[in-house]
Design a protein around this ligand. Structure first.
Ligand SMILES: [Zn+2]
Length: 325
């Protein structure tokens, strides 16, 4: 029988330690190369992390809030807004590496209209990532607005919109994790200079992203954002959240000012429908060809031909109205 000498024993002990250290160093290297993630997530204990992960992979994000899952653009889901709702912001990941906000949410005097998101400076080709885990609801093109854009529904009830992309790297109904690459920054649609238009919505209602996130610090401003349909939303801590009723109870309580909200929503909805109608047809102007029209309406020549029962050789008349969708 061979007994291990002291040096052999030491060697056996040292080997795993060296291996472990190497792993730790490697893991830290890997961590350092990942763009900053919400720093507060690390404070969550492992039990709630498991619970969060389990909850996150059911497949239909925020199914109890939204009436259905579809791939249509909307800012009105036709539901009664809850009086209050706790939106869990932990797990946030900055949508891009850039920290430079070039235009905030709110009224823009130069455009004489509201700006419903936060613009962050990015260059064409910059990586754009999902802000939370969730499921891609829309991958579309709106030449007069968002350009190439993506809408993701998240498990915390929020929907995020990423506009003016040069490339969309996800497909509709695809599940994504927080920080997963979804597209590349660009300058498509109504945009002057490449940037990311980042929007946050709750049941179709716009929320100023800067009420929840600090894009310069690439972090959340609080652990929870308390949405309110009767007043202004506010940030709350986990402790405060725990003292409040559950979201299920909160969601069952409709807000009394919903009627006023509904009016505004309905106007937005009508404007959306009008815009969709405008986009669904095209009046031929001088100089137009099927391919320029297809480009303007975000479709293909083949689709235009099929929809209008024409061929690529058909001569277009000025003033002729073509169906585009
Ligand atoms: Zn914008």
């Amino acid at each position: 029988m061979h007994f291990l000498t002291i040096t052999e024993k030491k060697r056996l002990l040292i080997l795993p330690i060296v291996a472990m250290l190497a792993c730790v160093c490697f893991a830290q290297d890997k961590l350092a190369s990942i763009p900053p993630i919400d720093k507060r997530l690390r404070a969550i204990d492992s039990v709630s992390l498991v619970r969060l992960t389990e909850k996150e992979f059911i497949g239909n994000p925020a199914a109890s809030l939204y009436p259905e899952w579809n791939n249509k653009y909307t800012t009105n889901f036709g539901v009664t807004m809850p009086k209050e709702y706790k939106i869990d912001l932990r797990g946030f990941h900055a949508p891009c590496e850039s920290r430079r906000v070039t235009s905030s949410y709110g009224y823009r005097r130069s455009f004489r209209r509201n700006h419903y998101g936060t613009d962050i400076k990015v260059y064409v080709g910059d990586t754009i990532r999902s802000a939370f885990s969730g499921k891609v609801r829309i991958v579309a093109y709106n030449p007069r607005g968002y350009g190439q854009y993506i809408v993701i529904r998240h498990y915390n009830g929020l929907e995020t919109v990423y506009g003016h992309l040069s490339k969309q790297l996800v497909v509709e109904n695809q599940e994504v994790k927080a920080g997963e690459v979804i597209g590349l920054g660009g300058n498509t649609g109504r945009s002057t200079g490449s940037h990311l238009h980042f929007e946050t919505r709750f049941l179709g209602v716009f929320i100023d992203p800067e009420d929840m996130f600090d894009f310069t610090a690439q972090d959340i401003l609080g652990e929870f954002y308390m949405y309110s349909s009767v007043g202004r939303g506010r940030l709350i801590t986990v402790e405060e959240s725990n003292k409040l009723p559950s979201n299920e109870i909160l969601a069952s309580q409709g807000g009394p000012t919903f009627k006023a909200d509904k009016e505004a929503e309905s106007k937005r909805f009508q404007a959306e429908r009008r815009e969709a109608m405008r986009q669904s047809v095209y009046k031929v102007k001088s100089g137009d060809t099927l391919s320029t029209i297809a480009k303007k309406r975000g479709t293909t020549v083949a689709k235009l031909c099929k929809l209008n029962n024409i061929t690529t050789k058909t001569v277009l008349r000025i003033g002729q109205v073509l169906r585009c969708s």
